[in-house]
Design a protein around this ligand. Structure first.
Ligand SMILES: [Zn+2]
Length: 345
């Protein structure tokens, strides 16, 4: 992969240390000119796919259910990719993709091209890159969905211009991606799992098997669940809990405060360890905007002394960040291969 451009000191010093509003997910996202590629962001329940043309336009973006093959889940997904690729190419015959990007959830070994494990999808050690290259007839950049989204926020979105960045997606769970020295850091596929870092030693059991993981306290899913457990009132999501807290509901206020405190403590440890310049937060919980970012910033500030204080930024690319990052990876691969003889367009 070509190196990610070095952080621009000018951009870093002029970037506001305030929350930026999340921009709407757009089909004319700022990919800019480059090679035409196919991009697939495979999720646990559905997958997004699109063709990106040489102007960087995202064409035919669609969301389709992820097939859950009983026998061979990786083969089922790859065959769905091939069908989608054929449909995208048939609709836009003038656009000729020279590479494809495929991002998947779970534990991913990007270098080996292997999906090590995905609890939702059920594969183990699946050689997805090789399978996809054969099925699509294109070189494939294979990666992890959250790291792809983090890379997009770093190169195109909220964290543009910063070299050391943590990107968190806080929704049903908490997923993270690290960019260090301008480069994504994968840790062999295991890095970025802030949601499964210890939040409370006496906390509840996490589905991952450990106790007191951060996401059992501070994910949007946990906020809703913990409020219902405390109050007996069923809610659709964390947004309702925040509204109840703002209306004076003591249970809601406590649950929200627990989440903010646990997040601030996790970030404080991260700040001491990797000293990010920026922390980007996206996902459902980030949609609370200042109601999340202001108390989080204050809490975090109170936990730090000499440390480098990161700016806290709201994610900008919305739900499409994973797909955009996947397209970027495919373009990186195409550029890498471009000098080879016979490379098309
Ligand atoms: Zn866990």
């Amino acid at each position: 992969m070509p190196p990610v451009p070095d952080p621009s000191p000018a951009a870093a010093s002029t970037a506001p240390a305030t929350t930026r509003p999340g921009g709407p997910a757009s089909s004319t996202a700022p990919l800019g000119p480059g090679e035409a590629v196919l991009a697939f962001d495979v999720g646990g329940t559905d997958m997004k796919s699109a063709l990106v043309d040489r102007h960087g336009r995202v064409l035919g973006l669609r969301r389709t259910p992820t097939p859950l093959g009983d026998g061979d889940p990786a083969a089922a997904v790859v065959s769905a990719l091939a069908e989608l690729a054929a449909a995208h190419r048939a609709r836009h015959r003038d656009v000729r993709p020279v590479a494809a990007g495929v991002s998947v959830p779970g534990l991913v070994d990007e270098r080996a091209g292997v999906g090590i494990f995905a609890s939702n999808l059920g594969w183990r050690d699946a050689p997805i890159r090789d399978l996809a290259e054969r099925a699509l007839g294109l070189p494939v950049a294979f990666g992890h969905d959250v790291r792809a989204a983090g890379d997009a926020e770093h190169r195109l979105g909220a964290a543009r211009g910063y070299g050391d960045v943590v990107v968190l997606a806080i929704g049903t769970g908490i997923a993270g991606a690290l960019v260090l020295g301008g480069h994504p850091y994968a840790g062999g596929g295991y890095a970025g799992e802030l949601g499964h870092a210890l939040g409370d030693p006496g906390g509840e059991r996490c589905p991952c098997g450990a106790r007191g993981c951060l996401e059992t306290i501070a994910s949007a899913g946990a906020v809703a669940r913990r409020y219902t457990a405390a109050s007996g009132i069923a809610v659709a999501g964390a947004r309702e809990v925040l509204a109840a807290a703002e209306a004076g509901d003591a249970d809601a206020a406590r649950v929200w405060d627990d989440a903010v405190r646990a997040l601030a403590e996790a970030l404080a440890r991260l700040v001491a360890t990797v000293a990010p310049e920026a922390v980007v937060i996206g996902g459902g919980l980030a949609q609370a905007g200042p109601a999340l970012f202001e108390p989080l910033r204050q809490r975090l500030d109170g936990l730090l002394s000499f440390h480098r204080r990161p700016v806290l930024l709201q994610a900008q690319l919305g739900d499409d960040a994973g797909l955009l990052g996947t397209a970027l990876a495919a373009r990186d691969l195409a550029n890498h291969d471009a000098s080879q003889p016979g490379a098309e367009r």
